[in-house]
Design a protein around this ligand. Structure first.
Ligand SMILES: [Zn+2]
Ligand SMILES: [Zn+2]
Length: 108
C-alpha cells in the first residue's frame, strides 16, 4: 500500500522525475542534495533496502537508524508531493468547471 496510492484521470497527474533524476527513496532529496549516509554493509547511499527489516534479501543494515534530518527531509518531500498532487487535482477541477461553463454557454 503506497502513500501515493490515489490516482488521477489519464493525462492529469504529472509524473515526478519525468525530466530529472528521481528523488532519493529514503530522504526524498534529489541525488545531488541527498543527505543519506553510506551504508556500512553494502556501501550504497540512499538505498531503501538498507532501511528495511532484513528479509527478502534486502540489506537492512540501517534499519531503524534513519536520522531525524532524514525523516524531516522525507516528510518535506511528502508534503511537497502532496501539494503538487493537490494542485494537479485543483487544476483538473478548474478545467472541468470551464468545460461545464462552456457547455452551459452553448446551450443558451
Ligand atoms: Zn537520501
Ligand atoms: Zn545497505
Amino acid at each position: 500500500m503506497s502513500i501515493f496510492g490515489w490516482s488521477y484521470p489519464p493525462g492529469c497527474h504529472s509524473v515526478p522525475g519525468d525530466e530529472a533524476d528521481p528523488p532519493c527513496e529514503v530522504c526524498g532529496m534529489f541525488p545531488e542534495d541527498c543527505i543519506c549516509p553510506e551504508c556500512p554493509r553494502c556501501e550504497e547511499i540512499g538505498s531503501l533496502g538498507c532501511y528495511q527489516e532484513v528479509d527478502l534479501g534486502v540489506c537492512g543494515e540501517l534499519f531503524g537508524k534513519k536520522t531525524l534530518a532524514q525523516e524531516l527531509a522525507y516528510a518535506q518531500f511528502l508534503a511537497r508531493d502532496a501539494y503538487q498532487q493537490w494542485q494537479d487535482a485543483e487544476s483538473y477541477v478548474d478545467y472541468l468547471k470551464s468545460l461545464t461553463a462552456e457547455q452551459e454557454e452553448n446551450e443558451k
